[in-house]
Ligand binder design. Structure first.
Ligand SMILES: *Cc1c(COP(=O)(O)O)cnc(C)c1O
Length: 389
């Protein structure tokens, strides 16, 4: 293995796939619609700066994250593009945002009043006003509050209203009734503004792919950038091919023959029935490969092999179709020949959505970045408490 880690378990992030997904969206959308690449949560567990750079090369012009720390981490790593923080930022941190040219979301008057006290002058902070059209998370709902917020921004030289946006709760569902309700609400709310800010946006991945004529002049492209479909229901209805960027691999470190009656792993829950070849794989729940994945399948030499016995913190055992040597590659998410375990397979097995899976694979697993079929860079992403190192 290359690079600065010494472990035969790794994630491959195919940046060419990310490039393909963003470039395809670029062609699909009207030219005047800007692409904001959503790289929150370390780019959905893929790697923030590598994904951000690739998205910008492929036609994105804005980035979005959830927290100020994520935006600051990107600045530290040399990203110059505008970055919007989608979530709440402490009013007392507004100077920091101003210095680093980070765009913030304003979603209530109370926040703006406090932020104003912390930012009397100095470089203006660009703000995007968030409207709650029916998601019930962050956003302004009242006409009077909206008007007061805009007036406050306009009379304060250290703020500027650069955008207005909302977020849909059901854009990934076939039934469009609630989506339409929210969309109509947004149209109505836009009329409350005395003028149109530069950017108006409402489209997550599902909206961008399904309703490209309803996204105003910017989309916030998240899950589909990573090659994942916003929901299983939308899979047959995609306007272009999405390529999955994330795959997870390991190598067998121990191969042994077990005899009938012998047991495997904690709790001795698995009993060998007939003579079996068992492989030990150095990945476990501390890597985000959680215990619920017991009895799920991985790929060895293009063949499915079941996970047997309990998954441990750092290791798990699989039943091999036949003897294979130590060092044989195991693919937990991704392709081997014609065989494939997709992110959706893992998500369905766990009863969750694909979004959650790459986010859950912990930063103990190094990410390797592939670009133009070659290893471009190896970066061990380490999370030290809440800070990106
Ligand atoms: C995460 C997020 C997005 C991206 O959504 P996808 O479904 O991943 O495309 C867009 N907007 C907001 C406000 C978000 O929090």
């Amino acid at each position: 293995m290359v690079g600065s880690f010494h472990r035969d378990t790794w994630v491959e992030v195919d940046l060419d796939a990310i490039f393909h997904n963003v470039a395809s969206l670029r062609t699909f959308l009207r030219k005047e619609t800007a692409i904001m690449a959503v790289v929150k949560a370390n780019a959905y567990g893929h790697g923030d700066v590598q994904v951000a750079q690739t998205a910008l090369e492929a036609g994105a012009s804005y980035l979005a994250v959830a927290f100020l720390d994520e935006a600051l981490a990107l600045r530290k790593k040399g990203i110059e593009a505008p970055i919007l923080v989608l979530g709440a930022v402490r009013p007392e941190d507004i100077q920091l945002a101003a210095r680093e040219r980070i765009t913030l979301t304003v979603f209530q008057q109370e926040w703006l009043e406090k932020a104003k006290q912390w930012h009397q002058d100095g470089p203006p902070v660009a703000l995007h006003l968030k409207m709650d059209t029916g998601m019930g998370r962050l956003g302004v709902k009242e006409e009077e509050e909206t008007k007061r917020i805009v007036a406050m921004i306009d009379e304060h030289s250290a703020f500027s209203l650069e955008g207005v946006y909302t977020h849909f709760a059901t854009a990934d569902e076939i039934d469009t009734q609630y989506f339409s309700f929210q969309y109509e609400n947004f149209l109505r709310m836009l009329n409350w503004l005395p003028y149109q800010p530069k950017w108006i946006h409402c489209g997550n991945s599902a909206t961008s792919l399904r309703f490209p004529d309803k996204v105003f002049n910017m989309v916030r492209f998240g899950i589909a950038m990573y090659g994942l479909t916003p929901s299983l229901a939308l899979k047959p209805h995609l306007p272009f091919e999405l390529k999955e960027a994330f795959s997870l691999h390991s190598r067998i470190v121990h191969v042994k023959r077990l005899l009938p009656g012998e047991k495997v792993s904690y709790g001795a829950t698995y009993t060998v029935e007939k003579e079996e070849w068992i492989g030990t794989v150095p990945i476990g729940y501390a890597d985000g490969w959680i215990r619920k994945l017991q009895n799920f399948q991985v790929l060895v030499n293009g063949v499915k092999a079941p996970i047997i016995g309990r998954i441990c913190m750092d290791q798990m055992m699989i039943r091999l179709p036949e003897y294979v040597p130590v060092g044989t590659k195991v693919t937990l998410i991704g392709k081997q020949g014609d065989a494939q375990v997709t992110m959706d397979d893992v998500a369905q097995y766990l009863g969750t959505i694909n979004y959650e899976i790459p986010c859950t694979i912990s930063y103990r697993v190094p990410r390797i970045f592939l670009k133009k079929q070659s290893i471009m860079e190896v970066r061990n992403v380490v999370l030290d408490g809440n800070r990106y190192v």
